[in-house]
Write a protein that binds this ligand. Sequence first.
Ligand code: ZN
Length: 130
Amino acid sequence: MNEVIAGACRFCGQANINGLFDKNISLEDAEEQATLKCNCCEAEIYQKITSAKNNINILFGKGSEEYGMKPTESEKVIEHMNQVVELIADETILNATIQITARTKAKFSLTAKGAIKIERSETKKYQLEK
Ligand SMILES: [Zn+2]
């Protein structure tokens, strides 16, 4: 049998059976994996934030190119969005809207199930005169 190390949740310290790994994973990674699988309250908030940040990358970061969208140029905007989802995850704020450019808007809110919903909208107008 391979030697394993048990990852423990960063918040409650509980070792999780899902956090058992081969010895070649770093302790830090084992802890991260255990935290991502723990169901204590703090870990659930952390999981929400982690998945929301991943979605920010898909919708506005480098990941958006893959979906035919233009990535947001400013790294500061992405940082700000990451802070917004942290505030929503612990329910400090309920929702937020960020107008990034004249056409691109980001909306952040909490669904009834408690997940963080992120929406990117692009306004396009076509107008002809005369
Ligand atoms: Zn935990």
